[in-house]
Design a protein around this ligand. Sequence first.
Ligand code: NDP
Length: 242
Amino acid sequence: MKSDSKVVLVTGASSGIGEATVRLLAERGHRLVMGARRADRLSALADEVRSAGGEVEFTPLDVTDLGSMQSFVDLALEKYGRVDVIVNNAGVMPLSPLEALKVEEWNQMIDVNLRGVLHGIATALPVMKRQRSGQIINVSSTAGHRVWPSSAVYSATKHAVVALSEGLRQENPDIRVTILSPGATQSELAKTITHAETAEFVDRFREVAIPAEAIACAISFAIEQPADVDVSEMIVRPTASS
Ligand code: NDP
């Protein structure tokens, strides 16, 4: 284990940005704990990471359930005795215009993208306060800075992530807080869109999407700064995006 190896928890690690982040941070000598609902995917990724010499644990995780999130953090404490970083990455993006009234999808976005991040904070922050150190990385989006037709609820959840991260940072001078806002990135995210016209529009918007590894690199950069340096916000997007 390298001397500056950190214990890093990643939610939503079964695909896309979370999966790329686990792979890169394990390669860089950090010890990972990963969660998502699709445990079969996590198991395959754990096999791959371990066979490359990395250290990783995993458990099924539903971020909308506070008890599930508590078990996730408890696994890290049981296996490694501490929590240095939590990456609150799990998210869904079933975009649609408000008039389509996809109320269940609105609630799902609020539950995963907002409540899920709050559950990550609720369970990891007490551990970090006891340790007097830690880093909470919340994945927002360029949609946390802008609103497009069909993105109102998604953007609302991602704007909320920016706001609560800034409050968290100001209240806790002993904890590093990072807001990471990706632009279009290759992943499974757009598959959650059920509104046909929006799905077509988003497919075109995502033609320039960058690899998930680009976001993993940004996360790695934020983690590996010295303890007194907080990378408080990063936007990482395709060069060709508007
Ligand atoms: P993916 O769909 O590939 O990954 C989303 C991850 O979230 C999956 O691992 C999924 O796992 C997990 N997840 C969804 N619901 C839950 C839940 N209830 N509990 C636990 N895990 C859950 O998309 P991305 O990798 O792109 O998304 C990662 C983050 O990046 C999201 O927050 C997204 O909003 C954000 N983002 C992505 C952008 C992009 O263009 N890709 C742009 C801007 C932001 P499972 O289904 O197995 O639970």
